[in-house]
Design a protein around this ligand. Structure first.
Ligand code: HEM
Length: 420
């Protein structure tokens, strides 16, 4: 394959301007070259083409998330980190992908029984009851915040239950996590979250200690007794896994469902179609996954010289894959900007691909289906208060909604017992 001259484009993917126009920027970059060099943040490749993103993600030997942190002298941020976000010094690892391959494989084996279809089928009644209970609290008022009162708590409570954290503490962990992703790194919300991070880490270690003495049927109990090559996880590794699970569990599904509900309000015909034909939620879920691409990027490091998209990538180079860029590549998706619930095939990369593909994908789909059905069947005429609706700002890794107040025709509570 011929190697082209390096294509360098200088852009700040952390700036609010860039993030507000992330779709246009991804499209412009892809049209320039699916693999471009950005000299910012110590220099990194930004990959927006579907084929190129899939190539990187499938080859976890050449491109590994294991050596991600570059330190720049005199700077108080660590670049780039697995999340592609500069993280403050001292902030722990934030993903299981940073574990050594054999530890990573052991962690995936440990998580699978909690996340594969049989487990999802077993906890679905709990999710349904939780969703019904939360709507029951607001249905008679005819007004609520769809994010704060519904799409936020339901996945968070399931996450607490799966991990083995107290369900009643869902707000504590969800609010903390959201503060770290929904606002820019200079915002007071983010700064406050960083200041209480040591306390949160301490709490998690305490719960882990408790589970070590008294194991139960949850992920945390399995994590504290896991041995790989005769070694237990140390506290840093344990926190990295918990961080990943809490983040994956309390944030992404909330974002997917909130953004889908927001979109449907502006498209009443589609909303009506889904109310009348709930079975269409199955393909709609896949299309909303593609179209929202709430988990936008993953950053890896190149371990040996190679060529990608005609560009020469050198050992040690940082490579940021844009799942969002891939999911809007017109070479694979006709009319990529349009949300087409009948799109078929829909080979989106919203859950990633390769060794680090999301293990929580069945959980996420089930949560989406239950929450969408609950809203569409009980308060399907909701109207969004756009003026007071807020989206995430300042995060090139995750996209989502902070709040979405709505009004709707009041209904009757079903009267289910509180399930948590
Ligand atoms: C709409 C929902 C979700 C989306 C779009 C999503 C997307 C992704 C993507 C793209 C990755 C690959 C790595 C990366 O880019 O960060 C990933 C990894 C991961 N996700 Fe999800 N996720 C979702 C829900 C969940 C849920 C509900 C859980 C847990 C209950 C979860 C747990 C994880 C974990 C543990 C990893 C790390 C896998 C590894 O490194 O081997 N995710 N997710």
């Amino acid at each position: 394959m011929p190697i082209d001259e390096r294509i360098s484009v200088d852009f700040d993917h952390h700036s609010l301007e860039w993030l507000a126009r992330r779709h246009e920027h991804n499209a412009e970059l892809r049209a320039t070259c699916p693999v471009v060099w950005n000299p910012r943040y110590g220099g990194f490749w930004f990959v927006t083409g579907y084929e190129e993103v899939a190539t990187v993600a499938r080859d976890s030997v050449t491109f590994t998330p294991r050596y991600p942190v570059k330190r720049i002298e005199g700077d108080d941020l660590n670049y780039i980190g697995i999340m592609g976000v500069p993280r403050p010094k001292g902030m722990p690892q934030i993903g299981i992908a940073e574990a050594e391959p054999n530890r990573h494989a052991a962690l995936r084996r440990l998580l699978n029984p909690f996340m594969l279809p049989p487990a999802v089928a077993a906890f679905r009644p709990f999710v349904e009851q939780t969703a019904t209970w939360f709507l029951d609290q607001k249905i008679a008022e005819g007004a609520m915040d769809l994010v704060l009162d519904f799409t936020n708590p339901v996945p968070a409570i399931l996450t607490m239950k799966m991990i083995g954290l107290p369900c009643t503490s869902w707000q504590h962990y969800a609010e903390f996590f959201h503060a770290t992703v929904a606002y820019g790194t200079t915002s007071p919300e983010y700064q406050h979250a960083m200041s209480i991070m040591p306390d949160i880490v301490g709490e998690l270690i305490d719960v882990a200690e408790h589970r070590r003495k008294k194991p139960e049927d949850d992920i945390l109990s399995k994590l504290v007794t896991l041995e790989v090559d005769g070694e237990r996880l140390d506290n840093d590794e344990l926190i990295a896994v918990l961080w990943n699970l809490i983040g994956g569990g309390v944030d992404t599904t909330t974002s997917l469902t909130s953004l889908a509900l927001h979109h449907l309000e502006a498209h009443p015909d589609l909303r009506q179609r889904l109310i009348e034909h709930p079975e269409l939620l199955v393909p709609a879920c896949e299309e909303y996954l593609r179209w929202t691409s709430v988990n936008e990027t993953l950053t890896v490091t190149c371990t040996k010289d190679t060529v990608l998209g005609g560009q020469r990538i050198t050992r040690g180079d940082v490579v940021m894959m844009s799942w969002l860029g891939a999911n809007f590549d017109p070479a694979v998706f006709d009319q990529p900007e349009e949300l087409l619930i009948d799109r078929n095939p829909n080979p989106h990369l919203a859950f990633g691909v390769g060794a680090y593909r999301c293990p929580g994908l069945h959980v996420a789909r089930a949560l989406f289906m239950v929450m969408m059905q609950e809203v569409l069947s009980r308060m399907g005429d909701y109207v969004v208060d756009q003026e007071n609706t807020r989206f995430y700002q300042g995060n090139p890794e995750l996209f989502g909604m902070v709040r979405m107040p709505v009004r709707f025709t009041p209904g009757q509570p079903v009267g289910v017992a509180r399930p948590f």
